[in-house]
Design a protein around this ligand. Structure first.
Ligand code: DX5
Ligand code: ZN
Length: 227
C-alpha cells in the first residue's frame, strides 16, 4: 500500500491573530502544506479560540490550501456543519465529545469534508475498531488538548506505531496526524513511529524564519525511511 505524502500543518493557534491573513499567507509561502485550525470552546477544553467566521474570512481572502479543522468542542455536529459551510477541508473531532461517533463521521463526509478522529493521550484505540474504514485521518494528540506550546508526551510514539499497524492491516490509506510539541528536534522520531501529517504551532510561528524552520523539518523527514 502506498503511504500518503508527508505534510507539514502549521497550527494557527500560535500565529499573531491580529494579522491572521498575513500569517497564513506567510506560512504557506514558506512551504506549509495544510493550515491546522484549532477550535476550542471553553467546555470540552479549558480555552476559547476561533469559529467558522474566521475560517470563512480566510477563504474570502483567497486562501486555497486545505484547512484542517481540529474541533475541540462538545457537541460536535452543529459546528461541523458550520465549518463545512465556511470552507473547511478536513474536520476532526474527539470521539468522547459526540453522542454518536459513526453518525458524526458520516455527517462530515456528507458535508464534503474529510473526516478525522482525534485521540487524546489517554484515549485508547478501541474507538477505531469500527470507525477506521470510514476515516481519512487519525489525529494522535501528543499533548493534552487546549493549549499550544506544551511538551511532547513520549507515550505518543508507541501509540502512533499501533495506529499505523491498524492502518496497514486495513489496506487503505488513512493519514496519521500528530499534534502537540512537534519540533525539528523530534519530528524524525515521530515520523519513524508512523505519522505523516505533522502539526506544529509554536515551533513554526514562534520562529523568526518560517521557511527555515519548515525546511529544517523537511530535511529531518527526508532523513527517515517511511515505516
Ligand atoms: C492543542 C492543539 C495543537 C497546538 C499545537 O490543543 O490541538 O494544535 O496548537 O501547538 P504546539 O505545536 O505549540 O504544541
Ligand atoms: Zn490541533
Amino acid at each position: 500500500m502506498k503511504s500518503p505524502a508527508r505534510l507539514i500543518a502549521p497550527s494557527i493557534l500560535s500565529a499573531d491573530f491580529a494579522r491572521l491573513g498575513e500569517e497564513v499567507e506567510a506560512v504557506l509561502a514558506a512551504g506549509a502544506d495544510v493550515i491546522h485550525f484549532d477550535v476550542m470552546d471553553n467546555h470540552y477544553v479549558p480555552n476559547l479560540t476561533i469559529g467558522p467566521l474566521v475560517c470563512e474570512a480566510l477563504r474570502k481572502r483567497g486562501i486555497k490550501a486545505p484547512i484542517d479543522v481540529h474541533l475541540m468542542v462538545q457537541p460536535v455536529d452543529e459546528l461541523a456543519r458550520a465549518f463545512a459551510g465556511a470552507g473547511a477541508s478536513w474536520i476532526s473531532f474527539h470521539p468522547e465529545a459526540t453522542r454518536h461517533v459513526d453518525r458524526t463521521i458520516s455527517l462530515i463526509r456528507e458535508l464534503g469534508c474529510r473526516p478525522g478522529l482525534a485521540l487524546n493521550p489517554a484515549t485508547p484505540l478501541d474507538c477505531l475498531d469500527y470507525t477506521l474504514p470510514l476515516l481519512d485521518l487519525v489525529l494522535v494528540m501528543s499533548v493534552n488538548p487546549g493549549f499550544g506550546g506544551q511538551a511532547f508526551i513520549p507515550g505518543s510514539l508507541p501509540k502512533l506505531r499501533a495506529v499505523r499497524e491498524r492502518i496497514a492491516a486495513l489496506g487503505r490509506p488513512v493519514m496519521v496526524q500528530v499534534d502537540g510539541g512537534i519540533k525539528a528536534d523530534n519530528i524524525r522520531r515521530v515520523a519513524e513511529a508512523g505519522a505523516d501529517v505533522f502539526v506544529a504551532g509554536s515551533a513554526i510561528f514562534g520562529s523568526s524564519d518560517y521557511a527555515a524552520t519548515i525546511r529544517r523539518m523537511r530535511e529531518e523527514l527526508a532523513a527517515t525511511a517511511h515505516p
